[in-house]
Design a binder for this molecule. Sequence first.
Ligand code: ZN
Length: 313
Amino acid sequence: MFIIDAHCDSILECYRNSRSLGIRSHKGHLDLPRLSEAGVKIQFFALFPETIYKPHWVLHRVLELLDYFWEQYEENKDILQVIVSKKDLEECLCSDKIGALLAVEGGEALEGDLRMLKVFYRLGVRSLGLTWNQRNEIADGVAEEATGGGLTRFGKQVIREMNKLGMLIDVSHLSERGFWDVLELSEDPVIASHSNCREIWDHPRNLSDRQLTALANKRGVVCINLVPGFLGPVGAGLSEFFDHIDHVCDVVGDDYVGIGSDFDGTDVLIPEIPDVTKLFKIVEGLQKRGYTQTSIEKICGKNCLRVLKKVLR
Ligand SMILES: [Zn+2]
């Protein structure tokens, strides 16, 4: 039984607070010792540039974070493996190491240049969140929803290039129109690395049942996050988290749902899981809700693994 967490912002948190990924800390939501204790086998590490760096310093900022990640990797390569290929994936699963999948959160980091996507690819990045909440050269984010804007011509080039390179396309934070454009164009499965269900909690960051169905038809995965504001009304916690998992399973079955914590991407997590070491409560809770061991393994990691195996070269 292993866990794959499809989203955290811990690189930024560590970088800003001069925290080493390899040293156990009581600050932040995770570090390598805590990931290991929690049984997380693969952690997606998003590189998230703060809004203050947009639009003119955003590539620089993401490269800073990327360099910081590789610096941390050098210090921890005995326990950390960066996953850039199917082969890495297989090696990682047979080893004691924690796999790291590098993601950029916000396509504005490409600054409208397809070459930058290829540069990121060469530097180890294997997932791109097309937008954050704002508009960028690729598409509109959820905060621009009112314009009805989807993928731009550049955005379409990005999707085709990502399919060609073997990169995960992440639609969390993307406008709904953008979502539909991506689903129509992408040949590969698509992920929502940290999004929940609109039907359970009506928030623009959450996906409608139609969207869940489309993601599933493409054999993608929606990874439910631990942010109370995206789960339900004030006071939402682990029970609401399970309501979202239940809902995805009700609508499309248990093959298309995963976990995308958003650790270190939010100040407020659900009270039951204040950091990564308490992730076991998800396994316990799913058991209590009557999920079979097979189902739990899918939700906690195997569904994400399927998509990684399909997309990575
Ligand atoms: Zn996010």
